[in-house]
Ligand binder design. Structure first.
Ligand code: MTE
Length: 334
């Protein structure tokens, strides 16, 4: 998602494959020089991918969660090892390199937290940190996550349907859209202090959905992954997950959800409207202006030689959302 070089913004190059390899090589080099997690090279992780760090750098404490596991969300795809989905991240508030969030977010304070649902609702709601885990029954949903950069993972999220909380707030009939906002806290988020570190994004990071998309049963607010609370690099304490859309819609560390009448601005659309639309539905037939979206690199077992190239599926393999867009030209509303 790197933008063209005439902007100060940086985002992915045309092909992200080299990104991971370069990243891995760099980490391996640093490790062999003794700079990164001294023991990590000796202890290959259970998944046999020793050059990803294990837990020695991740000091943020995560709690076990109780949740149900509904059958319909247990999918056949191989789940991405936790060590990968928690060390290869996009969270520009903590830096633009894939390893930056895991390195820079470990001291992130999530308790106390406050999440407000307001705007065109009858009953505005404010949730505390504890409310995030207590107010709704939590369930595990194994979803594919397809980044617009053409890589993907399969992640066991824990959370609840976004519709549950929106219904409690009672949207007014005028409400047509839902706007989301990430925490703005430059003291804790180095990317918000410097345009260089934060990729030129105007913070806070904002996202949006149409109200009917937000109400769809696949849209969840996630408070955990792999059985535990979220690590900060994945959006602790609460983030959106909309599995049929490119990953940039799944905004992290949310403090505010506002129902609106007008389509709200969204971070990547503001930066490069011709490249990133409001809808951002995964669609193998609509290429990014600078790269194909027909295929993706599935990050599973990995390793330097593993390519794991697979075909991208329409709506990321969630055809049940198609009725939301009936009659719309999806190459125009990308
Ligand atoms: N949310 C915020 N606040 N800031 C970000 O930079 N990056 C997005 C999305 N949510 C981002 C964000 C992008 S581009 C992707 S692909 C996903 O988070 C990545 O989620 P993950 O790191 O948990 O895999």
């Amino acid at each position: 998602m790197r933008l063209k070089s005439n902007k100060t913004v940086s985002r992915l190059t045309d092909n992200d494959v080299t990104d991971e390899r370069t990243y891995l090589n760099r980490r391996q080099l640093l490790k062999s020089m003794g700079f990164v997690g001294a023991g990590a090279l000796l202890s290959q992780s259970a998944q046999g991918i020793g050059w990803f760090d294990d837990d020695d750098e991740n000091v943020f404490e995560r709690r076990d969660l109780s949740f149900t596991q509904p059958d319909q969300f247990q999918i056949n795809d191989t789940v991405t090892p936790e060590v990968k989905s928690t060390s290869y991240n996009n969270f520009y508030e903590f830096g633009t390199d894939k390893g930056d969030p895991a390195e820079n977010a470990q001291d992130f304070t999530v308790d106390p937290w406050s999440l407000t649902i307001d705007g065109l609702v009858e009953k505005p709601i404010t949730l505390s940190y504890d409310d995030l885990f207590k107010r709704f029954d939590l369930e595990e949903r194994i979803y594919r996550l397809r980044c617009v950069e053409a890589w993907s993972m399969v992640i066991p999220w824990i959370g609840f349907e976004l519709a549950n909380i929106l219904q409690q707030a009672k949207p007014l009939s005028r409400a047509k859209f839902v706007a989301f906002q990430t925490l703005y806290d430059p003291e804790q988020m180095p990317g918000q202090r410097s345009r260089f570190v934060g990729g030129g994004v105007d913070y806070p990071y904002v996202e949006g959905l149409r109200l009917d998309e937000a109400m769809h049963s696949l849209s969840i607010l996630s408070v955990g992954m792999y059985g535990k609370t979220l690590p900060p690099q994945n959006g602790a304490p609460i983030r959106l997950v909309v599995p049929w859309k490119y990953g940039f819609k799944s905004i992290k560390s949310i403090v505010r959800i506002t129902l609106t009448e007008q389509m709200p601005p969204t971070t990547w659309n503001r930066l490069a409207p011709q490249e990133y639309g409001f809808y951002a539905n995964v669609n193998p037939k609509v290429d990014h202006p600078r790269w194909s979206q027909a295929r993706e690199r599935r990050i599973t077992t990995g390793g330097l030689l593993a390519r794991n190239r697979i075909e991208t599926q329409m709506f990321n393999g969630y055809p049940e959302v198609a009725p939301l867009y009936s009659g719309m030209d999806l190459s125009r509303f990308y």
